[in-house]
Design a protein around this ligand. Sequence first.
Ligand code: NAI
Length: 344
Amino acid sequence: MKIAFFDAKPYDIPGFDSYSAGTDIEIKYFETKLNEDTVSLASGFDGVCVFVNDTVNEAVVNQLYEMGVKVIALRCAGFNNVDTRACFGKIHVFRVPAYSPYAVAEHAMALLLTVNRKTHKAYSRTREFNFSLSGLSGFDLHGKTVGVVGTGKIGRIFADICRGFGMKILAYDKFPNPNAGLDYVELSELFAKSDIISMHCPLTDETHHIIDDAAIEAMKPGVVLLNTSRGALVDTEALIQGIKSGKIRAACLDVYEEEGDLFYEDYSGDVVQDDKLVRLISMPNVIVTSHQAFLTEEALNNIAETTMDNLVKFFEGVPNPDREVCYHCSRKNDCQKERHKKCF
Ligand code: NAI
C-alpha cells in the first residue's frame, strides 16, 4: 500500500520510517501541503497522510476519490481542515485523538509564564549584559482565577497544572464532564470572573470566533488570553482591538486563524504580508509560537505509532471506530458508529 505524506518536515520522517518498517506500507514524503493545486501528486497512492494546515476541502476530497485514494490519515487530533461530509461514503478518515495532551497543556503554561514574567525579554537583555529589571514585573499566578474553555484531555491537564500553581479554576464545556472535579459555569460567568482564559475546545461552526468583540467586552479588564487550540476560535481583529484598548493585558497564541500559509515555514528573509499577524507580533505583550504546542519527542513518537496503526488496521479491514472520523462526529453523543463499527 502506498501513502502520500504531505507537508513532511524533517522531524516527522524518522518516526514514520521506523513505524512503517516491517509493514506493507510504503510512504512517499512530499514537502508541499495538500491542496487543490497539489492533489494530483496523490495519483497512484492508496492513501494520504496530512497535518493541520493541509486543505482537504470538498474539491480535494472528490479528486482524491476519483484517483482511487481510499483513506485519509490525519497525523493530528483536530480535523477541522477536512470536509468530513464530503468524505462520507467515499473515503475513510482517521485521526490521532491523543498523542500527548501534556505537550499542549505544558506549552500553554510555558506561554503564560513567559508572557507574565517576561523571561523572553530577560533572556535577551542578559545576553547583552543589560541587567536592568525595568518593565519586567509580572503578577503572582497563585490565587488568580483561570477560565478553561473545553475540558477534554488537554483542558483538564491544563486545569491540573494550574491547580498546582494554587490557581482557582472555572470551566466551560458544551458537554460538561461530571467526573472531572471541575467547577463548571456559563461562558459569560467564565469571561466575567477569569484573570486568565485558556482555549481548549475544538474548532467547529459553533466555536468559530467564540472570542469576538462581545466576548472580549464581557471579560475582566486586564485578562490574559491563551489560545493553543485553533486560530479561528479567536476573531483576530477583535483581539487586536482588545489589546490596543488595554482590556486584554497579554495574549499568547500558538495558533492563528490565517496560519496556513505561514506557520512551519521560514519567512525571516521576506516581508510578511499578513498585516494582522505582523501587528500582533509587534506588540510587546503578545507571544506567538508557530503551532508547536504538540512538539515533544513523546508526541512525535505517539503520532507516528498511532497513524501507522490506523493505516495498518484500515488496510487489514480491522474496525477502528475510536479513531475514525465522520461528519457525524460533530453530533458526538448521537453518533452510534453502528455500521460494522465504522462510520460508513
Ligand atoms: P478533546 O476532544 O479531548 O476535548 C475537547 C473538549 O471540547 C471536549 O470536552 C468537548 O466536549 C469540548 N467542546 C466541544 N464543543 C465545545 C463548545 N462548543 N464549547 C466548549 N467546549 C466544547 O480534545 P483535546 O485533545 O483536549 O484537544 C483540544 C483541542 O486542542 C483540539 O481540538 C485541537 O484543536 C487542539 N490541539 C492543538 C494542538 C497544538 O499543537 N496547538 C495539538 C493538539 C490539539
